[in-house]
Ligand binder design. Structure first.
Ligand code: AMP
Length: 277
């Protein structure tokens, strides 16, 4: 892979990278299309990164479909598919990890200790191997985009981080490889996440900037759905620091992480406060 990209770069070809864990859906493919439009060469990586999964998480059962994925990527005209094996990414004597402090501990980080350390480490490795000019990430994993942007800035990585909009099912559920875990009852209940985000963004747009108020509405909405077994968080956060303000100043990210049975789903939307004229 490194020999290939070195030769591409030598010939002045800009590389766009789309890092994924596979089981590709339209969300992933939207990133691929954007990368194709903005770069001469598009590389998609598929690697289910063991380091970003906790010991009781779904690493082993995470959906894998390399044949289906390859077919989809061929159809999209992707130039290179990179599917390294675990032993080459993390050989026995592997000792180096990348940690983005503070931002990694909030929101999902509080419930998935070590997750963003795993993400930052694999993304750094992919950046070093593939040397992209641009790398494409989905807004669906909002905290991931914040962590990666910070890492790129702090470690002087000369890479443009491009954040692409969340692609949803017709009923609003954000597409995710994990949606396949949902049984029909959970799948029907899962729409509460987007309904909750839409209702909350409506409140903010109508001028309600008190975070406790918006948060209460969000939590009540989610709790009205009996198939939800846990709310990890549901609230209003600063899009840069991920802190919880008491009042929304200009803009905010409304973010939710809930469990339906064993399946953990996340989603978010950005919202701007209406300016008084
Ligand atoms: P994953 O395979 O889940 O690690 O996701 C790979 C990339 O695709 C990440 O940057 C995700 O944020 C992005 N992604 C996943 N689902 C969606 C979606 N529904 N819409 C847009 N991007 C997505």
């Amino acid at each position: 892979m490194q020999a290939t990209v070195n030769s591409l770069i030598l010939h002045g070809k800009s590389i766009g990278l789309v890092p994924t864990m596979g089981a590709l859906h339209e969300g992933h493919l939207s990133l691929v299309r954007r990368a194709r439009a903005e770069n001469i060469v598009t590389v998609v990586s598929i690697f289910v990164n063991p380091v970003q999964f906790g010991p009781s998480e779904d690493f082993r059962k995470y959906p894998r479909d390399i044949e289906g994925d390859t077919e989809k990527l061929l159809k999209e005209g992707v130039d290179i598919l990179f599917t390294p094996v675990i032993s080459s990414v993390y050989p026995e004597n592997f000792l180096t990890y990348v940690e983005v402090e503070k931002l990694s501990e909030k929101l999902c980080g509080a419930f998935r200790p070590g997750h963003f350390r795993g993400v930052a480490t694999i993304v750094t490795k992919l950046f070093h191997i593939i040397k992209p000019a641009r790398a494409y990430f989905g807004q669906k994993d909002f905290q991931q985009t914040v962590v990666i942007k910070q890492m790129v800035k702090d470690l002087d990585m000369d890479i443009e981080v491009v954040v692409c909009p969340t692609i949803r099912e017709r009923d609003g559920l954000a597409m995710s490889s994990r949606n396949t875990y949902l049984d029909p009852v959970q799948r029907a209940a899962s729409t509460v996440i987007y309904r909750c985000l839409k209702e909350a963004s409506g409140l903010v747009k109508s001028g309600i900037i008190n975070v406790d108020h918006v948060k209460r509405v969000m939590q009540e909405k989610i709790l009205s759905e009996p198939a939800v077994t846990a709310i990890d968080y549901a609230g209003v956060y600063d899009p840069e620091t991920l802190d919880e303000p008491s009042e929304i100043k200009e803009n905010a990210v409304l973010a939710v992480a809930v469990k339906l049975g064993e399946t953990r789903l996340i989603d978010n939307i950005l919202v701007a406060v209406k300016k008084e004229r």
